[in-house]
Design a protein around this ligand. Structure first.
Ligand SMILES: [Zn+2]
Length: 205
């Protein structure tokens, strides 16, 4: 399923710079989607030259988690997964982490915190989203695929525990040669969340 040659590209490369990080220098490429205002922006964190060579590119498609990554919430494993992915691409010297700014599986920060309030009342992560009227997982992988294609990446070794992420990328035209698991450390706050992802959302343990 390629992009219709007559339709405008899904993403536009808007800005890029090398940023020194604890993982080393990371080329930070910001993409904009469509002509909406304020613009929807997503980021590719690039190490090395992913377009060079025939080897599949080590990649992760990561959805923003403000509560986990900034607040260091212990309700989920997102920050840990992002950290593992960045370390892996830094170690490999070549890879891409596509960081999609779609908080809370695409429902937004406010609705995510509303879902947390329902979870305080005893709902699990899937039921909480359903009570609020959202699909289990409202994320878009077509944008991630368009960003990878823009970077010259057609084949990836994907770091994820989520088989539907693999399917989403494949349907969007990216070849996934391999799925690499990420391992979260359970704690007393996220153990049930991690279990629900396996039991109800088809994630691999
Ligand atoms: Zn999270």
């Amino acid at each position: 399923m390629g992009q219709d040659p007559l339709s405008p590209p899904l993403v536009v490369r808007y800005a890029e710079a090398d940023v020194p990080t604890e993982y080393g220098s990371v080329r930070t490429v910001v993409y904009r989607v469509g002509a909406v205002d304020p613009p929807e922006e997503h980021v590719a964190l690039v190490v090395g030259e992913p377009a060079a060579g025939d080897e599949p590119v080590l990649a992760r498609v990561h959805s923003e988690c403000w509560t986990g990554e900034v607040m260091r919430s212990r309700k989920c494993d997102c920050r840990d997964q992002l950290d593992q992915a960045m370390r892996a691409v830094a170690e490999a010297g070549r890879g891409v982490v596509v960081y999609l700014r779609q908080e809370g599986r695409g429902i937004g920060l406010g609705n995510k915190v509303r879902a947390y309030a329902l979870q305080q009342e005893g709902a699990d992560t899937v039921d909480a989203n359903r009570i609020l009227g959202f699909a289990d997982d409202a994320r878009r992988y077509d944008v991630a695929a368009a960003i990878l294609r823009d970077l010259g990446v057609a084949r990836v070794s994907l770091m994820t525990n989520n088989p539907s992420k693999v399917r989403g990328l494949v349907e969007a035209g990216i070849e996934v040669t391999e799925r690499r698991a990420l391992h979260a450390e359970p704690n007393e706050h996220n153990a049930e969340y991690l279990a629900v992802k396996v039991r109800r959302m088809g994630h691999k343990a």
